[in-house]
Design a binder for this molecule. Structure first.
Ligand code: UGY
Ligand code: MN
Length: 258
């Protein structure tokens, strides 16, 4: 924890259609769905009434850290940021991931010093389309392409882009000076974790300096834009909801009141 802010200064902001959570404000708590585990819930439906329809959290590995599955009906993507995890006894190193369909069960552990990033949402089945089976993979083996033809902005898609999937998790890497090509405004919402580097994120009508370790929530229709700055590439991993008719998407996660 950064104790060097004697005047109560932080870059963290929580607005109606976006939030920036800087790591200096992280507070550990026990994690539901995990045994003997602490972590930080970065984004959740309680951030804003009618707000996020997913959960994004960090797991701090420890000797007892363990999970055997998410809540009923909830799909989960686990990405190893640092250190090592095991899935049913098999090692998962940094920059590997696993996506678990709803109601999957397994034995997942994360050792001392490990840091896992997790995204969860209630799976929304599509009539006539089977729910996909578990997927494991790594950043370096996933498909990676220039974003809209710009080879300085490389987009890696961790999950297959198929209608059976109602979530996407991508890793976006920008050379210094590279931008998102335009200010995006779209129906999908995002949960983002800065993996490396720094830059400026436009969220709504505000421009924020951001760096590795920061978390951003972008609500549906939050205008968004990014420029990478500094000497090294910037990269972030982000979630979005896809492939479902917005007429029928729940505006709130189950169990949340307005
Ligand atoms: O997938 C996306 O919408 C992506 N281009 N958005 C973002 O990086 N803020
Ligand atoms: Mn976007």
């Amino acid at each position: 924890m950064d104790m060097n802010s004697p005047f109560g200064v932080t870059r963290t902001v929580v607005e109606s259609n976006h939030a920036l959570i800087a790591p200096d404000g992280h507070v550990l708590s026990p994690l539901p769905g995990w045994q003997d585990t602490e972590g930080v819930v970065l984004i959740s439906p309680v951030l804003r009434g009618g707000g996020p329809r997913f959960v994004q959290y960090l797991v701090h590995g420890s000797s007892g850290c363990r999970s055997t599955g998410a809540a009923a009906g909830v799909e989960r993507l686990v990405y190893v940021l640092l250190g090592n995890a095991t899935l049913d006894g098999a090692k998962m190193g940094p920059d590997t991931f696993a996506w678990f369909p709803a109601d999957d069960s397994y034995e997942l552990t994360a050792g001392e010093g490990a840091s896992l990033l997790v995204f969860e949402k209630q799976y929304e089945p599509l009539a006539g389309v089977a729910s996909p089976a578990r997927i494991t993979g790594s950043l370096c083996d996933a498909p990676c392409e220039p974003f809209m033809g710009d080879s300085e902005a490389m987009l890696t898609t961790l999950l297959p882009v198929e209608a059976a999937f109602d979530m996407a998790v991508n890793v976006f890497s920008f050379r210094p000076g590279t931008t998102l090509p335009f200010v995006e405004t779209h129906v999908m919402e995002h949960g983002l974790y800065m993996k490396e580097g720094q830059g400026i994120y436009r969220l709504g009508d505000c421009w924020y300096p951001v760096q590795a370790g920061d978390t951003i929530w972008m609500a549906s229709y939050c205008p968004q834009w990014f420029v990478a700055m500094g000497k090294e590439s910037a990269s972030y991993i982000y979630y979005k909801d896809i492939h479902r008719d917005p007429l029928f998407v729940k505006t709130q996660a189950k169990g949340q009141q307005a």
